[in-house]
Design a binder for this molecule. Structure first.
Ligand code: CMC
Length: 392
């Protein structure tokens, strides 16, 4: 066996072989199953894209209709799950609510038959169908309202916005939201996908796979940057302040949210598509000053940092779009999760098809041959000598 050098964060180390998605960070290319993201965003719905990611090829008309029908049928969530969710604290973060309720699905659909294609199909359909319902249900419950039932006449994106806001969205808003889901559906070996694959490799159930991935996505280094972008735009406050803000960041070596990427050294292709969508949405629904600030900020950041390969990433415009669609800021990451369920499930299936349990090694940095000290002879190394940090 080759002995590898330790790389913090496994940077640059392949964790799997995968044919699901591909990124070329120098050229700004993202492909799902070999098809460019620009083409999918323009021509495909999110469910069509999810089908492509999970089953490996674009569905025929009949396949897609069947898939959509199954998903419509499974959108409802059981009353017992709703009752369980009613016990969640209103102040809890929606990502915690989603992780808990996604894991709870495994209690209610507990059969685990990973070699049965019908079971795989049902799990895929249930998770894609129910994740938006779980997010919308928690949103209404924390406002003190009962969740509303899905509307079978509405497509995936329209129905989610309807369940979330209690009114039917404009067609353009639903269309744009659907494209946002497509753009976030998959992105090679990121932290939550790795987490999903590790969990999948133990042959546990797919609800646990998704719950562990949701928990990983919840961290601010992964799913939360678009929330930070909005806070930053609020802090900047006006177009006139943008240049001074960027100059202050350069001086203080402070990162500008929504810019830079570990892989992309040119503008993230998803940011380009989102920018076009933002243009359309703000044109139709009316611009706001944060959008104007964002445009100015992108221009000045490119001027200052472009030579370093720092450009807008997927998070720069998505928060602005979601806010214009009336979505509360703390739901941005759960919405990312709704989309990414497609990618996680594709990786779950791919992992099962050639499974080997993840069991990496470590570089031990501790001591050896230390003598055991009886408890009465030990000296405390904990010098807080009070109740600090203790929970009674
Ligand atoms: N603003 C200013 N300078 C930056 C930025 C930025 N947003 N991003 C990177 N740099 C600079 C950084 O200061 C460093 O400079 P120097 O070499 O002089 O020390 C250099 O570029 C390399 O930065 P790094 O943090 O080592 O690069 P990375 O590849 O580890 O970071 C990143 C990638 C996304 C963590 C980082 O760009 C960042 O923190 N961006 C802001 C947060 C953000 O927008 N996150 C969303 C990421 S996209 C979502 C996804 O696809 O998962």
């Amino acid at each position: 066996m080759t002995v590898c050098e330790y790389r913090p964060g496994l940077e640059g180390i392949p964790a799997a072989q995968s044919s699901i998605s591909y990124v070329d960070g120098q050229k700004g290319i993202l492909e799902y199953r070999g098809i460019k993201i620009e083409e999918l965003a323009e021509k495909c719905t999110f469910l069509e894209t999810a089908y492509l990611l999970i089953w490996g090829e674009l569905p025929t008309k009949e396949d897609l209709e069947e898939f959509e029908t199954e998903i419509r049928y499974h959108r409802r969530i059981k009353y017992s799950i709703r009752d369980m969710m009613k016990c969640f604290p209103d102040s809890g973060h929606p990502m915690d609510a989603l992780q808990t309720s996604a894991a709870a699905l495994g209690l209610f659909y507990s059969r685990r038959a990973l070699d049965d294609p019908a079971y795989i199909r049902q799990a895929v359909v249930r998770l894609l169908a129910k994740t938006p319902s779980l997010v919308a249900a928690f949103q209404l419950m924390r406002k003190g309202n009962d969740p509303i039932q899905p509307n079978d006449d509405l497509d995936y994106a329209t129905n989610f916005l309807y369940m979330l806001t209690e009114r039917k969205p404009k067609p353009l808003a639903a269309k744009i939201f659907d494209v946002c889901l497509t753009l976030h559906a998959e992105h090679t070996m990121n932290a939550s996908t790795f987490s999903a694959r590790v969990t999948a490799s133990t042959l546990t159930d797919p609800y646990a796979v998704v719950a562990s991935a949701v928990g990983t996505l919840a961290g601010p280094l992964h799913g939360g940057a678009n929330e930070e972008v909005l806070l930053m735009l609020e802090e900047i406050g006006s177009v006139a302040n943008v240049r001074a803000y960027v100059e202050k960041c350069v001086e203080n070596k402070q990162k500008i949210m929504g810019f830079g990427h570990r892989v992309y050294k040119v503008k993230d292709p998803r940011a380009t598509i989102l920018q076009h969508l933002a243009e359309r949405l703000f044109y139709e629904l009316g611009s706001d000053e944060y959008y104007d600030i964002a445009l100015e900020l992108e221009k000045i950041v490119e001027e200052k940092y472009g030579a370093k390969g720092i450009y807008a990433n997927v998070d720069f415009y998505s928060g602005l779009l979601y806010r214009k669609l009336g979505i509360p800021t703390d739901l941005f990451t759960p919405i990312f999760a709704i989309a990414r369920v497609a990618g996680w499930l594709a990786h779950w299936k791919e992992q099962l098809a050639a499974n080997r349990i993840f069991r990496p090694t470590q570089v031990y940095t501790g001591l050896h041959d230390i003598a055991y000290v009886p408890i009465d002879e030990r000296v405390s190394v904990n010098n807080n000598n009070g109740s600090h940090g203790k929970i009674y």
